[in-house]
Write a protein that binds this ligand. Structure first.
Ligand SMILES: [Zn+2]
Length: 200
């Protein structure tokens, strides 16, 4: 497969995760290539998100999801597509960029237009919300003053992003004594594993 075909596949995948598997996703990918060309990966992904935004504003997706044939992989895909469609578009984008395309936090920050330090927290919230959409239950109600710090370190650990050794030690000590943060930790891990198992 040529490099530009791989780039097109990647952009189509991102657009499907944001807009659903209907024709709008291919249209967004095509618009992104017209705007940014195939050579700058991050620029074309950013253009794809803008095109998705525009099509969503026009009422295209993420509801027009097609219905795959029966089977376990398809059942997983259906469940995740439905849960993901209920997330805010920004959270759908973040999950696709990280879990599916494997971008680093710095790359994600560049594509979605935010500061790199904010990405850990945004991804943590997206993973927690995906868990809520799949399994029900309350959104992260915190109840712990250290929650923000916990979520940020947990996300960085999950994603192999750099962090201070002291942060890891502090987190391990905290999870032993704080049940609600331990549950959030498990929920994020579960979301991440499920999302990565989602083919298509
Ligand atoms: Zn806590």
């Amino acid at each position: 497969m040529s490099t530009s075909n791989q780039a097109l596949d990647e952009v189509r995948t991102l657009c499907r995760r944001v807009l659903g598997a209907g024709p709008a996703a291919n249209e967004a990918a095509a618009r992104a290539f017209v705007e940014a060309g195939p050579n700058d990966r991050l620029a074309v992904l950013a253009a794809a998100l803008r095109a998705c935004d525009q099509l969503a504003t026009d009422g295209r997706g993420p509801s027009d999801v097609d219905s795959p044939s029966p089977g376990l992989a398809d059942a997983v895909a259906r469940e995740l597509a439905a849960a993901s469609a209920r997330l805010p578009a920004r959270q759908r984008s973040l999950l696709a960029l990280r879990e599916r395309l494997g971008l680093s936090y710095e790359e994600i920050a560049s594509v979605v237009g935010t500061d790199p330090p904010a990405v850990a927290s945004l991804l943590a919230q997206a993973r927690l919300q995906l868990r809520v959409e799949r399994r029900g239950g309350a959104s992260d109600a915190a109840g712990c003053e250290q929650r923000e710090r916990v979520l940020s370190i947990v996300a960085r650990r999950q994603d192999g992003e750099p962090r201070a050794p002291a942060d890891d030690d502090w987190l391990m000590d905290h999870l032993v004594v704080c049940r609600s943060c331990e549950e959030a930790h498990a929920a994020m891990l579960e979301s991440s594993v499920c999302y990565r198992a989602w083919q298509g």
